[in-house]
Design a protein around this ligand. Structure first.
Ligand code: FE2
Ligand code: FE2
Length: 175
């Protein structure tokens, strides 16, 4: 595991300790939930880039797909569509940009799925996916989140989290 991966794994463990056990999933702010899932996928991406064996790469790719695909589809439906429906032109553009970046990530997942896990092509695509998603997550957490904070109340954001969880369950993960 890389140094960054180790630091992330350690801070994640600490974060779990600080989360009260009584905190109901449905009451969570959508942004708290998204942040948690972003950190999980970023950790897996670091592991994928560092992985050298084909078996390890395949298993990590499977985990990334299982985490990322439902997150992206539910986020589009619940968050991006809400932001695209706002009057604010910049917010609407942020939503469009989010959709485009998700489709690039989908294409990179498909490339990884087709490549031989021992190949240089796979290693290259893993790095591209990590760069793309780190960029995407950074922008999302600043631009889209400002749009959400500026336009939706605490209650609305908790409802968005419940809708997000329900939407994720309906997503089929491509093989
Ligand atoms: Fe996200
Ligand atoms: Fe996203």
């Amino acid at each position: 595991m890389s140094v960054a991966g180790t630091i992330r794994a350690t801070s994640r463990k600490m974060g779990n300790v600080l989360t009260p056990a009584t905190y109901a999933e449905g009451d969570m702010d959508i942004l708290t939930k998204l942040k948690k899932e972003h950190r999980e996928v970023q950790l897996l991406l670091d592991q994928l880039v560092d992985a050298e064996s084909a078996t390890e790469r395949k298993s990590l790719l499977k985990k990334i797909r299982a985490a990322l695909v439902p997150h992206s589809r539910a986020e589009e439906k619940v968050v991006y569509d809400a932001v695209r429906a706002l009057k604010d032109k910049e917010a609407r553009q942020d939503g469009e940009e989010g959709y485009l970046e998700h489709s690039l990530a989908d294409r990179m997942l498909a490339t990884l799925g087709k490549a031989s896990a021992a190949s240089i092509e796979f290693a290259a695509a893993a790095k591209v996916l990590r760069e793309l998603l780190n960029h995407h997550i950074r922008e999302e957490e600043s631009n889209i989140w400002s749009d959400v904070k500026d336009n939706f109340s605490d209650e609305e954001r908790e409802r968005m989290n419940r809708d997000f969880e329900a939407a994720k369950k309906k997503v089929k993960i491509p093989a």
